[in-house]
Write a protein that binds this ligand. Structure first.
Ligand SMILES: [Zn+2]
Length: 136
């Protein structure tokens, strides 16, 4: 646990789900409705540092959450990703505590096709509460 780490110190009551090794949270700056994060409880800096048992717990959680997104939010498709970019200074864009994104996608969305960077708005308290309730 690192005191200055956003994922080590995140408010646990804002979680959607807790498993033996990880938490699921709404993304703070969602790229689409239903964008969630799967965050190992322990502070690992990369996938290479994660024990297989924790990796298996993460991937089982991905399976569960993808099912819930389809069933409960009527999501059509999604990206599952992790950004390992140790060359970027730690900031709002990069966290040293590994986490995995599930980003709901549609055929027409402009994620990755927009010119320049997409303006990401912080999730509202209302939307966060709705998502937690919906996916719990
Ligand atoms: Zn951490």
């Amino acid at each position: 646990m690192k005191k200055e780490c956003v994922f080590c110190t995140i408010k646990k009551e804002e979680k959607i789900l807790e498993t033996k090794h990880c938490y699921v949270y709404p993304d703070k700056y969602p790229l689409s409705r239903g964008h969630i994060l799967i965050v190992p409880k322990k502070h690992y800096e990369s996938i290479m540092a994660m024990p297989d048992e924790v990796l298996f717990d993460v991937i089982k959680t991905v399976k569960l959450m993808e099912k819930r997104l389809i069933q409960r939010l009527k999501v059509e498709g999604m990206d599952f990703r992790e950004n390992y970019r140790p060359f970027v200074p730690e900031s709002n864009l990069r966290k040293a505590h590994i986490h995995f994104h599930i980003i709901p996608r549609t055929f027409k969305d402009m994620i990755y096709r927009a010119k320049g960077e997409i303006k990401r708005k912080e999730i509202s308290e209302k939307d966060k509460a709705w998502l937690i309730k919906k996916l719990k």
